[in-house]
Design a protein around this ligand. Sequence first.
Ligand SMILES: [Cu+2]
Length: 180
Amino acid sequence: MADAKITACLLGVVVAFLSCAEATNYTVGGSEGWNIPSSAGAYSDWASQHTFEVGDVLVFDFDSSNNDVADVTKEDYDACNTDSPFTVLSTSPANYSLDTAGDYYFLCTTAGHCSQGQKLAITVTEPPSGPTSSPPGSPPPPSPTTGATTSLSSVSSSLGVARLVLLMSILMGLLSQLFS
Ligand SMILES: [Cu+2]
């Protein structure tokens, strides 16, 4: 019985380890959701508490009758200009997939909401499990640290494989002891 428990624990460790590489859904603003925040810096604070990687998804949860979410340029983000968004998502919850590395800017296009702090800027990096290949001909992501990010990704990827091999050897050793 004890052996079965140990095996179950070990399997749990492996599952937790492997799930590190999976995409994450982030509900913007946490339980507060996406609306005029109580403090103007609320979404900056929220963003600073998370690390966003390619493949992750932002979930905007808001009252659709009075809000939406639009991705915009940095200039429009800074100026709260709602006239030329790339896309506007007006049905909640709105999922926004972070498909490429770079900087992303969002705001609510309802008059006055952005200037009261309903705006979000985030930086998305390549996941450590390896860079996703960009389609040929597409411009590189607007990041001044592309070179450094890529080499770091390679290092992290090698480390990840080494960790996995180590973990598996430990696991095999323990299992062979259990069943000997
Ligand atoms: Cu709004």
